[in-house]
Design a protein around this ligand. Structure first.
Ligand code: DGJ
Length: 695
C-alpha cells in the first residue's frame, strides 16, 4: 500500500523512498519528509511548527507548506496567485479533506472565503521511485477567477542551506550543458518564455548537498511534463529552507477560470536517491521508457539527407541516396525539408503540405515505393506549426498566425508561427497531414519547429489573451495526438531546430528527440551526456554527418551509436573504405542496440568535466551483456593511460570484456582499472559478456 493516510498525516512510499506531509498545529498542510524509505510509519517526523519571535521573522515564512498560498506575512514563492472577481489578490488555502483513489491521493484545499478549490494530486510511482504531482483548480462560484500563477508542485528539501543545483543550459547548436552551482540565498529562476521548451534551459533539476557524483550521494531530482513555457524557481530562504517550485511559467500567463470549470496543471515528477546522479538518471530513463508511445520497440537505423542536400530534393537524387543507404544497412530512409509545394529555400512553402509539383510531379508515391522495394521504411519531415508569408496558406489566412494588431509580425527564418490554439488551424493541419499519411506508406515523421514566438497575440479571441501560452501547447498535443491515433504505426521524432523541444510532455507523442543540430563528434559528446541526465538513449537520435569530418568515420559512428543511430552525411561523397567502415559499425550497432536503447546507462567518465577522455557504458537489464564506449578527443601527451571501472555488473558472475585479457568476476571488472590506450581523436567500443554465473 503506497499511500498511508490518517486524518492529519499522509505518507507516500515507493520501493525505496518516502514522501510525507501533514497538518501542523496551525492547520497548514506542511511538508514532513522526503528521502529514503524508513522501516516504520512512525519513523517519519511530525509536521513542523516553526516559531518566530519578531514581526519580520514570523513563522509564516518558515513553514514548508506543500502548496503555499499568496497570503499571510510569507514572502516566499507562492505556488498560486489569483485575483478574485472583487479584486482581492490573496489566496488563503485551508485543508478541506482528502481521498484515495487508484493509489492516488487527492488532497483538497479550499479558499477560506472565495469559491476556489485546489486539489493537490499525489501519485507514488512505486516501482520507479518517483512521485507524480499536479494541481486541479475548480471555481464553484458564479464569477470568473483570474489565475496568474499555478505551479504544479513545490518540492521541499530537508532543512538546510548548503545545496547545489544541477540543471541543463545551452543554446541552439550547443544544448544540454550540465551546470552545477551552489544555491545561494534568493531565488534561482530557470524558464522558457519561448512557447516551446527551448534550447536554453530544460524543465529538469537535480539538487544535492554539493558532493554527490555519478555513483554516490543524495540527489533530489525532477522534471515537468510540458512542452511550452515553464518555470523552475529554486528558492533558498533566509531561514535555511530550500524548495523547488516547478510548473507553468507565470510570466505573461493568464487564465480566466470561469464558473464551474477546472484548470489542471501539467504533471511534475520527482524522486530521491542516495546513489548519485547516475541512479537519478536511470530512474528517469526507466520511467520515460515506460510511457513512450511505442514502448520498447527498437529504433531503426535511419538515413536523412538534410545535411547533404538541404532543400534540393527530388525523386531521382533521393533514390540515389536511398540505394547507397540500403547498402550501408540503413533501415529507414527519411526525406527532410524541401519536398512540399514551393519549397526551394527557407523563404517559401511552409503551410502548403502537399508534394511540390515540379520536384514530385507524381506525388511522393514513386519515391516511397522505391524505398520500400529496397527494403527500407520511408519517413518524412514536416514543420506543421509554421507558415511562410510566401505560401498559399498565409495568403488565404493571414489571421491564422500569432500576432498583435498594430505591431509588426517579426519573422525568424522567414517564417511566422501559426496559432495552434485556434480550432481552424488545428483542423487544417489534421486534414493535410492525415491525407499525407493516408495516401503514402509513411512510417516515420520528423516534426520540426524552427523558431520561437514573438508578438504573442490572438486578436480574435474574446477571452483572456494570455491563455495563448497554454492553449497553444494544448492545440499542439491535440493535432499530434489525433494524427497518432489515426496512424498508430508511425514513429514520430520531436525536433525543434535540434533540441528545442525535449521534454517529458512531448514524449507522450514522439518516440524520439532530435538532440541537437550540432552533429560533430567532439562537442557532441557533452551534449549527449547532458541529454542523458533526463532522457534514455532510445529517445536520443544521433546522426553521423559530415560535420567535423576530419574525425574518422569510426569515431563519429561510435559517438552516434550511443543513442538511436542515424546517418546524415553526404554518403555519395564517402569513398569505399568510409562506406565499409560505416557498414561495419551499423552492423555492430544492430547487434548491440537493444542494450543501448533499453539497458541501464552508466556515465563512467564525463566528456564535459573529464578532460579529453570520456566513457559511457550500457548494460542489459539482466546484466548478461553490456557495451562500453571510450573516447579521447584532444589532450597533449604525455598523459597517464585512461582507465575506468565498469559498472552495473553482477559482482558474482563471470564476464569477459572485449580487448581485455581474462575472465573475471563482475566485482573485479568493477574494481580494477581497465586501461584504454587511445590516441587523440581515437575511440573504441568493447562488448561485455557474462560467461558464467558466479560460484
Ligand atoms: C532544423 C532541423 O534541426 C534540421 O535537422 C533540418 O530538419 C532543418 N530544420 C530543415 O529545415
Amino acid at each position: 500500500m503506497p499511500v498511508h493516510t490518517s486524518n492529519t498525516n499522509w505518507i507516500l512510499e515507493t520501493s525505496n523512498t518516502a514522501y510525507a506531509f501533514g497538518l501542523n498545529e496551525a492547520g497548514l498542510l506542511t511538508h514532513r519528509y522526503w528521502g529514503a524509505r524508513l522501516p516504520r510509519l512512525s519513523d517519519y517526523p511530525p509536521a513542523p511548527n516553526p516559531q518566530g519571535w519578531a514581526s519580520f521573522n514570523n513563522p509564516a515564512q518558515l513553514t514548508p507548506e506543500e502548496y503555499t498560498g499568496n497570503n499571510d506575512v510569507k514572502f516566499v514563492e507562492p505556488a498560486i496567485k489569483v485575483t478574485f472577481a472583487d479584486g482581492v489578490r490573496v489566496t488563503e488555502l485551508q485543508f478541506a479533506g482528502y481521498e484515495v483513489k487508484d493509489e492516488t491521493l487527492f488532497m483538497t484545499l479550499k479558499d477560506s472565503f472565495y469559491p476556489l478549490t485546489v486539489t493537490l494530486v499525489y501519485h507514488p510511482l512505486v516501482e520507479y521511485d518517483l512521485i507524480e504531482r499536479y494541481a486541479i483548480l475548480h471555481n464553484s462560484g458564479d464569477q470568473s477567477i483570474a489565475l496568474e500563477r499555478v505551479f504544479s508542485a513545490q518540492w521541499h528539501l530537508p532543512y538546510g542551506d548548503k545545496y547545489r543545483l544541477s540543471h541543463l543550459a545551452g543554446r541552439w547548436f550547443d544544448e544540454f550543458h550540465i551546470i552545477r552551482e551552489p544555491l545561494t540565498k534568493g531565488t534561482k529562476i530557470l524558464e522558457s518564455r519561448r512557447i516551446h521548451t527551448s534550447h536554453h534551459h530544460n524543465p529538469y533539476f537535480a539538487v544535492d548537498r554539493g558532493s554527490a557524483d555519478e555513483e554516490q550521494g543524495e540527489v533530489w531530482f525532477g522534471a515537468l511534463e510540458w512542452s511550452g513555457n515553464w518555470k523552475i524557481a529554486a528558492e533558498l530562504t533566509d531561514f535555511a529552507s530550500t524548495r523547488i517550485n516547478i510548473g507553468l511559467n507565470d510570466w505573461d500567463f493568464g487564465w480566466e477560470l470561469k464558473p464551474n470549470t477546472d484548470f489542471t496543471t501539467p504533471h511534475a515528477y520527482a524522486g530521491y536517491t542516495a546513489n548519485g546522479f547516475g541512479a537519478a538518471s536511470r530512474t528517469m530513463h526507466d520511467y520515460i521508457r515506460s510511457f513512450l508511445p511505442h514502448g520498447n520497440t527498437l529504433h531503426k537505423v535511419l538515413y536523412n539527407s538534410w545535411e547533404a542536400t538541404t532543400f534540393n530534393v527530388d525523386v531521382e537524387s533521393q533514390k540515389r541516396y536511398a540505394e547507397i543507404a540500403k547498402n550501408l544497412g540503413i533501415e529507414l530512409f527519411v526525406m527532410d525539408d524541401g519536398w512540399f509545394q514551393g519549397r526551394n529555400l527557407d523563404n517559401a512553402g511552409l503551410g502548403d503540405w502537399w508534394p511540390d509539383a515540379k520536384k514530385f510531379p507524381h506525388g511522393l508515391q514513386p519515391l516511397v515505393e522505391h524505398v520500400n522495394k529496397l527494403g527500407m521504411d520511408f519517413g518524412l519531415w514536416v514543420e506543421p506549426e509554421m507558415v511562410n508569408p510566401d505560401s498559399d496558406l498565409y495568403r488565404a489566412h493571414p489571421d491564422w498566425v500569432i500576432h498583435f494588431p498594430n505591431r509588426q509580425r517579426s519573422e525568424a527564418r522567414k517564417q511566422l508561427v501559426l496559432n495552434m490554439a485556434r480550432a481552424d488551424v488545428q483542423a487544417y493541419l489534421i486534414e493535410h497531414l492525415d491525407k499525407l499519411l493516408t495516401e503514402n506508406n509513411i512510417m516515420f515523421i520528423k516534426w520540426d519547429m524552427n523558431r520561437t514566438v514573438s508578438e504573442p497575440g490572438w486578436p480574435s479571441y474574446e477571452g483572456e489573451q494570455r491563455e495563448i501560452w497554454v492553449r497553444y501547447v494544448e492545440g499542439l498535443y491535440h493535432v499530434w495526438g489525433t494524427l497518432r491515433q489515426r496512424h498508430p504505426h508511425v514513429i514520430w521524432q520531436s525536433c525543434s531546430g535540434g533540441g528545442g523541444r525535449a521534454d517529458m510532455g512531448i514524449l507522450h507523442y514522439a518516440d524520439q528527440i532530435w538532440t541537437s543540430d550540432y552533429t560533430g563528434g567532439t562537442s557532441r559528446l557533452a551534449i549527449q551526456e547532458g541529454f542523458s541526465q533526463l532522457f534514455p538513449a532510445n529517445t536520443m537520435e544521433a546522426w553521423v554527418t559530415d560535420m567535423e569530418s576530419n574525425l574518422s568515420v569510426t569515431f563519429r559512428m561510435h559517438v552516434s551509436m550511443c543513442g538511436s543511430l542515424g546517418i546524415g552525411a553526404n554518403i555519395t561523397h564517402w569513398n569505399e573504405s568510409e562506406q565499409a567502415e560505416a557498414k561495419k559499425w551499423i552492423a555492430v550497432y544492430k547487434d548491440v542496440r537493444s542494450i543501448i536503447q533499453l539497458g541501464d546507462q552508466y556515465r563512467l567518465h564525463s566528456p564535459q568535466f573529464g578532460g579529453g577522455f570520456s566513457a559511457v557504458q550500457y548494460m542489459s537489464k539482466d546484466k548478461s551483456e553490456g557495451v562500453v564506449f571510450a573516447f579521447r578527443t584532444h589532450i597533449p601527451d604525455p598523459i597517464n593511460p585512461f582507465a575506468v571501472q565498469l559498472r552495473g555488473l553482477d559482482p558474482d558472475a563471470l564476464y569477459t570484456v572485449e580487448g581485455f585479457e581474462g575472465v573475471r568476476s563482475g566485482a573485479a571488472w568493477m574494481n580494477i582499472q581497465n586501461v584504454f590506450k587511445l590516441a587523440n581523436f581515437e575511440s573504441t567500443v568493447r562488448r561485455i559478456k557474462k560467461v558464467a554465473l558466479g560460484e
